[in-house]
Structures are given as structure tokens and as C-alpha cells.
Write a protein that binds this ligand. Structure first.
Ligand SMILES: C[S@@+](CC[C@H](N)C(=O)[O-])C[C@H]1O[C@@H](n2cnc3c(N)ncnc32)[C@H](O)[C@@H]1O
Length: 231
């Protein structure tokens, strides 16, 4: 239920429709082996059995299930019920029992109890338009304990704007040729979803109060941000 009449409806699907179970299965297979991302996360976020972790936009749960054995408790949320059902089954199949799955999003989730010590999100923030990304980051900041860490990984642009056509065509062509993502899906991402420039995201992160420990850009189309809420 939105907070106000003008509040963004984050349950309304934009771009790829993750309410469709076949798309969920296809997405999981397209993403392949995530073990490198899981190991990186455990290392850079210093995950151990004292950490309570919130993952936003868990999708098929690969990252949550991968990091959970290195955490005390994981809260994994997503707006898509089919995604959550798929992720919960993955957790059961891997005998992982310290993940609480919950249907909510960046804007609607309310963490009850102590603030979490870590928040991370992969390839989900681009589902929100820029203004709402800022509100989402503000909510993450408020739900994180002082000294806690945030990690965001997403499709984020770092090409010079004048090169936008060649950069995006190159990305679509490379990804189409080297994976099972189809061209229509990649076009949908650019046309209907809300990936933005790195300098905009960095400004938003700082504006809500985060200290950016490390911003990494690759291939002009991807970025990761490791941030701290200073204590
Ligand atoms: C591209 S998938 C990424 C899933 C997963 N994080 C991964 O890396 O495989 C994007 C996910 O974000 C979810 N999503 C879309 N809008 C959201 C929102 N406002 N809040 C939380 N999750 C959202 C979608 O349902 C989908 O599961």
C-alpha cells in the first residue's frame, strides 16, 4: 500500500515481467554461476556469523542462499511473489534455514527490530526512476546501523553521453552473443527500465549520507558501490 496518493507504486512491473514463472526460471538460468559475486560479497562486506543482512530485490535468491551460511540472519525481499517462491525453494534445496523471505520492495519494506548491519542489492535498483532511487537509498540508510555497510551492483552507465548509441549497441551485441539473454530483453532494459549514469548514483549516495568506500565501473555499463554509514 503506497504511503501517500503520489507515492510510487513499486509493485507495478516495469520492463521484464518477473510475475511470470517461466521468465523467472529463464532469468535464473541466464544468470549462470554466481559464485564469484558471492565470494566477493563475503570478502568485501566482511560477512560473518554476527551480521544481520538485508538483500533487496533478491530475485531467484542465488546471492542470498550463497552468503547465508556466512551470516547470522538474512532478510531477503522482493516485490515479485514468483521470484520469492523460487528463491525460497532454492534455500530449502540447499538446506539453508537462516533466510527470512518477505514480499516488499525498496520503498515499502519496514525493518522491525534492530537495524541491519549490512544491506546489498544486485541488478534491482534500476527498476526505480531516479527520484525514487534517492528515496530508496534514504530508506536503506535509515535501516542500517551506524558503521554498517551497503553494497550495490547494477547496470550503470559510465560512457561519455555523446557515445551513447555505440556504447549501448556494443553492450547489447556482446551480451546477446555471449549469453542466453535475448536482444528483445536487453532492448527492454534500456528502453523501459531506469539504468542511469554513475555520476548521478554517486551524487545520490552522498546526498543521503553514505561514504563511498569504493566505486568500480566496468565495460561502461556496470558498476558496484561499497558504502559505509559512518558511526
Ligand atoms: C534483474 S532481477 C535481479 C535479481 C537478483 N538480485 C539477481 O542479482 O539475480 C531484479 C529483481 O528486482 C525486483 N524488483 C523490481 N522492483 C523492485 C523494487 N521496487 N523493490 C525490490 N525489488 C524489486 C524484481 O522483481 C526482480 O526480482
Amino acid at each position: 500500500m503506497p504511503e501517500f496518493d503520489w507515492f510510487y507504486d513499486e509493485v507495478r512491473q516495469v520492463g521484464t515481467d518477473f510475475t511470470d514463472y517461466d521468465q523467472v526460471m529463464q532469468y535464473d538460468s541466464n544468470m549462470g554461476d554466481r559464485s564469484a559475486e558471492i565470494q566477493k560479497l563475503i570478502h568485501i562486506m566482511k560477512l560473518d556469523n554476527t551480521q544481520t543482512v538485508l538483500e533487496i530485490g533478491t530475485g531467484t535468491g542465488s546471492i542470498a542462499v550463497g552468503v547465508a551460511p556466512s551470516c547470522k540472519q538474512v532478510y531477503a525481499i522482493d516485490v515479485s511473489k514468483p521470484m520469492l517462491d523460487y528463491a525460497a525453494k532454492k534455500a530449502r534445496d540447499h538446506k539453508v534455514d537462516n533466510i527470512i523471505f518477505h514480499q516488499a520492495g525498496f520503498l515499502s519494506y519496514r525493518h522491525l527490530g534492530y537495524p541491519v548491519t549490512r544491506i546489498f542489492s544486485h541488478y534491482a535498483l534500476h527498476h526505480l526512476p531516479d527520484f525514487w532511487k534517492s528515496i530508496a537509498l534514504l530508506k536503506m540508510y535509515d535501516q542500517l546501523e551506524a558503521g554498517g555497510m551497503l553494497y550495490i551492483q547494477d547496470v550503470v552507465f559510465s560512457f561519455p553521453v555523446r557515445n551513447y548509441k555505440a556504447s549501448i549497441d556494443f553492450w547489447i551485441e556482446n551480451l546477446r552473443a555471449g549469453s542466453t539473454f535475448d536482444e528483445a530483453e536487453l532492448c527492454t532494459h534500456i528502453r523501459d527500465e531506469y539504468s542511469t549514469f554513475g555520476w548521478i548514483l554517486e551524487g545520490m549516495l552522498r546526498d543521503v549520507g553514505f561514504h563511498i568506500v569504493k566505486a568500480e565501473y566496468s565495460g561502461y555499463m556496470y558498476a558496484t558501490y561499497l558504502c559505509e554509514k559512518e558511526g
